[in-house]
Design a protein around this ligand. Sequence first.
Ligand code: DGL
Length: 262
Amino acid sequence: MAGPVLIFDSGMGGLSVARALREHYPHAAFCYACDNAWLPYGVREDSALTARIVRVCRAAVSACQPSVLVVACNTASTLALEQLRMELTIPVVGTVPAIKPAAAASQSRHIGLLATTATVRRPYTQQLIDSFARDCRITRVAADALVIEAEALVGGAKPDVRRLATALEPLWQATQAEVAMDTVVLGCTHFPLLKPWLEALAPVPLNWVDSGDAIARRVGQVTDTLVAHCGDGCCFTTAPAASLQAGLAGYGFHTLSRLSLD
Ligand code: DGL
């Protein structure tokens, strides 16, 4: 099926994935869908969230008629990928914490995992650690406050640096450990949007690893029919989002519509 690439997230975090996809495929067509009425996903109960993700993705697929769905959300992917693949007839590319590349990059074998409350605890995340980072110490930090700050940033506000610093304090402590953490997995797609602030606040230089490039490569593998960009990329939201319009336009999504859920 020929159609755009549909990028889905709870909110604006998927824009960090959209940025990587546009770098890899500058001429491809993209749509964006977000469930901002249910944001943040990272503190929601699993079974209700699974049902909600499937419902929103089905509606978004029906509205966009994409060739591939990119679930640009670690919290959604580590929970509902299997269900989405069962329900949808198009390829579904997920986003999961970049534990494997982080383990390959870490010299000290001490890695930080910065993600939502849900993602740091998920069995899927533990499986990734068991498969790819068995010999590493993992410091898990749930930082849901960063999701809200990244949303505000896309809305045109400056992040609250004091709030960021408080959320990141447990991560910085790991840089003082006897075997110091040298690499941090950005296990939530909102967090790469805040990377300049993360780098500025870090007490020591760190390797920051996200999943953007790996997802872009995977999209190229699952579809050979990336249709050419024609006109504006459209964005579907589940709640009114006029304040996000300018921010979305900065990532190439100019047309904003309300997603109707059946
Ligand atoms: N952007 C999402 C992720 O990658 C989660 C944000 C949220 O908690 O809604 O996990």
